[in-house]
Design a protein around this ligand. Structure first.
Ligand code: ADP
Ligand code: MG
Length: 334
């Protein structure tokens, strides 16, 4: 029996704002980029202006989605994926995201690999599988090398016509970053955004306490494993409980190991990354999940000052990066 579980609308991180009356904040929710997007802002303007600010935020996400979506037929991603050798007229978001994605792919030695679109389509995780044949996985993997894409003055080019760009593990973090950048340019003093497992916060709450971001317990997704305390910045989570199907008692989740073309079996069930850079946080949460704890901690040592992380193993051990442990930025659930 195969169970299909799609946590599309589930907020993967719960957010608590201790000490803030609801009337001090204004909320706005909408569905875009395949996920529920929640915005919560300090109510620093009248209703008309708050509505205008929210409309501006929604317009930013819509524009990013129109550029990046794999399902909108005339998006840059679709045009790029359907082209033989790339596109010359990419919009700013597609260009920025491909450039960043390729840089992170190089830096993580391919643990983050944004060119596995054929493989994701083959696995059809959200559609419930089935598990592909080995030969089909090998074939898909032979058109998944990120080195076949380059960002040039002439456009975003590819030298493998079969390669498919997949912004799934970076696009929402990029959008979170753009939203926070936008809010910082308004009169709003503080707030947060949440896009399916990617949270961004800015400013200081009136009571001076940090934002508390709950991390889902992978063994029981109705529970919280602990809380991250964040001042300004971004938290992204990748977990094997987010999107998966089960066949013959095995869970096939949506985070692929580019080395095998199969769901990553790294010993982790979730990886959360905290960074001042929202795009990086999203991509790295996926990369660290693929790497597993030992390689993730070595990667942390090699990139001082760029991020902190919470890794939860399949045995339900919680591993904190040294900076997070020293700073007391994580509070385990009781
Ligand atoms: P979510 O999209 O559920 O928030 P992630 O940010 O971890 O979770 O992104 C997972 C998505 O990214 C997958 O659904 C797939 O489209 C793509 N993906 C899967 N494995 C990788 C990988 N190793 N590198 C880059 N993208 C990946
Ligand atoms: Mg990600």
């Amino acid at each position: 029996m195969r169970r299909i579980i799609c946590a599309l609308c589930a907020l993967l991180v719960c957010i608590t704002l201790g000490g803030c009356g609801r009337d001090e904040t204004a909320d706005h929710m909408f569905f875009a980029m395949d996920t529920l997007i929640t915005l919560r802002l300090s109510r620093d303007a009248d209703d008309a202006r708050m509505a205008e600010i929210f409309a501006g935020a929604e317009a930013i996400v819509t524009e990013i989605e129109k550029n990046l979506s794999r399902t909108i037929p005339d998006s840059d991603t679709s045009r790029f994926n359907n082209s033989a050798s790339g596109i010359a007229d990419a919009g700013i978001h597609f260009r920025a995201v491909t450039e960043r994605a390729l840089a992170i792919a190089r830096e993580t030695e391919g643990a983050f690999s944004p060119t596995m679109g054929t493989l994701s389509a083959l696995w059809n995780i959200t559609g419930g599988g089935p598990v592909p044949a080995d030969s089909a996985i090998s074939e898909a993997l032979s058109h998944a090398d990120f080195r076949c894409i380059a960002v040039t003055d002439a456009g975003i080019i590819k030298n493998d016509s079969g390669i498919q760009f997949d912004p799934g593990a970076i696009g929402k973090g990029y959008a979170a970053q753009k939203l926070i950048d936008y809010f910082r340019g308004t009169e709003i003093r503080w707030g947060l955004v949440s896009l399916g497992g990617n949270v961004g916060v800015f400013g200081e709450k009136p009571d001076g306490t940090p934002f508390k971001i709950g991390l889902t317990d992978p063994t029981d997704t109705s529970r919280t494993a602990g809380y991250l305390l964040a001042e300004d910045g971004f938290v992204s989570v990748s977990g094997d409980y987010e999107r998966y199907f089960e066949a013959d008692g095995v869970r096939y989740h949506h985070i692929m190991d580019p080395a095998t073309g199969r769901p990553a079996e790294s010993g982790l069930s979730s990886a959360a990354v905290i960074s001042a850079d929202g795009t990086l946080a999203d991509a790295l949460s996926t990369a660290l999940f693929v790497m597993g704890a030992d390689k993730a901690l070595a990667y942390y040592d090699a990139h001082p000052g760029t991020f902190e992380a919470v890794l939860i193993t399949k045995k339900n051990e919680i591993i904190l990066t040294p900076g997070l442990a020293a700073g007391g930025g994580f509070i385990p659930a009781q």
